[in-house]
Design a protein around this ligand. Structure first.
Ligand SMILES: *Cc1c(COP(=O)(O)O)cnc(C)c1O
Length: 382
């Protein structure tokens, strides 16, 4: 089976991890801050906080921005459940904004309408979490203007989008957001096994997330309510977690980061090839935003006849093509539906979901394998 996504592990990755295994510190050693600095440098953000997953990074980002009981967080209806669960971990409410069926990204008109309605009843969200779906950046300048107008904070869920650009600027620069979150799960653009990172230009937010990642403990005497008992002293000044990344993970992530540009280039080449090869078939690629350079985490096609989606999916799987579907709309999940969400409120997400299939796309996918995928899709569709 050709999978829809797969990590690319090279000898230099193995050597980097092995070196840490032979060192004194295998977690919280010198490599985590090196990986943090490298990612911050890559995306031109001032600060980075590495954690054990993007889910943890989203949780800490919400807490640092004051999300708690009585607050609401909004995210896209077309995303992985983690983008919504982070609000619930904080005891906050979550709500969803509909998406543009042609891109799978949050719909700016739907967001504008929902904000206008929210302003009328006086319940502006504390935080909006736009998701750069499939690696194509959302129109962040527009979101930043709305954040300014209505007074909410913004966390970019860039789990799909390290290496992507908008108007020539790297996703993660945080020019239009408070915090950006990346995932290093093996199917994502680069991997650390499990892992995530939050980047920000705000030193206070960064320090707060770094403290929360390790139990809310500080050794900074300025933050303590009394003088230290001695040089061993630390204080837990709030409730935090163990969300630390290990040096083993950081070494893998740092080694992979060296190949980020090559990975994006290969993903772009494969995406362009799919677009050309499938042009005459009864399906469409996602619409590209001319201002965006996608990281191409996913290659999604939408069938002209959504009624055939299941049959096409099953036929491709039977032929060894590991297609997938991204995503089942989050408000339709039972654990969200029981909170009162109704899919009739998300016509864009329903329309998008009904027709979507993700084709295999990863840097090590060979030209021959891609030809095979195209061949099978052509046979199944025509
Ligand atoms: C993968 C993913 C996450 C969660 O990432 P983990 O590192 O697995 O916790 C969050 N949001 C989106 C959009 C994702 O694709």
């Amino acid at each position: 089976m050709i999978p829809y996504g797969r990590q690319d592990i090279r000898e230099e990755d193995i050597a980097a991890v092995t070196e840490v295994l032979r060192s004194d510190m295998i977690t919280q050693g010198p490599v985590v801050p090196r990986f943090e600095q490298a990612v911050a440098g890559q995306v031109a953000a001032a600060h980075a906080v590495a954690v054990n997953s993007a889910t943890s990074a989203l949780h800490l980002a919400c807490l640092a921005l004051g999300v708690g009981p009585g607050e609401t967080v909004w995210t896209s209806a077309n995303t992985f459940v983690a983008s919504a669960n982070c609000a619930r971990y904080c005891g906050a409410a979550v709500d969803f904004v509909d998406v543009e069926p042609a891109t799978g990204n949050i719909s700016i008109p739907a967001l504008e309408a929902k904000l206008a309605q929210a302003a009328r009843v006086g319940v502006i969200p504390r935080v909006l979490i736009p998701v750069h779906f499939a690696g194509q950046p959302v129109d962040m300048p527009r979101i930043a203007a709305l954040a300014e107008e209505y007074g909410f904070s913004v966390i970019e869920d860039a789990s799909h989008a390290i290496g992507a650009q908008y108007q020539g600027e790297a996703v993660g620069s945080c020019r239009y957001s408070d915090i950006t979150v990346f995932s290093f799960h093996p199917v994502k653009i680069i991997t650390s096994g499990e892992g995530g990172m939050a980047v920000t230009n705000d030193a206070t937010l960064a320090a707060h997330m770094a403290r929360l990642r390790s139990h809310g403990i500080t050794r900074d005497s300025k933050l303590m309510d009394r003088l230290p008992d001695g040089p061993w002293y630390y204080q837990q000044i709030e409730l935090g977690f163990n969300y630390r990344m290990t040096d083993l993970q950081a070494a893998l992530g740092l080694s992979q980061l060296q190949r980020l540009a090559a990975y994006i280039k290969r993903r772009c080449t494969l995406a362009d090839k799919y677009e050309q090869s499938l042009a005459d078939l009864p399906c469409r690629p996602l619409l590209r935003d001319a201002a965006a350079q996608s990281a191409w985490h996913l290659y999604v096609i939408r069938l002209d006849d959504p009624g055939r989606r299941r049959e096409v999916f099953e036929a491709l799987r039977a032929r060894g093509v590991g297609v997938n579907v991204h995503y089942i709309p989050v408000p339709s999940q039972p654990d969200f539906a029981q909170l009162g969400f109704d899919m009739h409120d998300y016509p864009g997400a329903r329309d998008y979901y009904a027709a979507a299939i993700s084709l295999p796309l990863f840097p090590a996918l060979s030209d021959a394998e891609q030809d095979e995928v195209v061949h099978h899709l052509r046979e199944v569709l025509t």
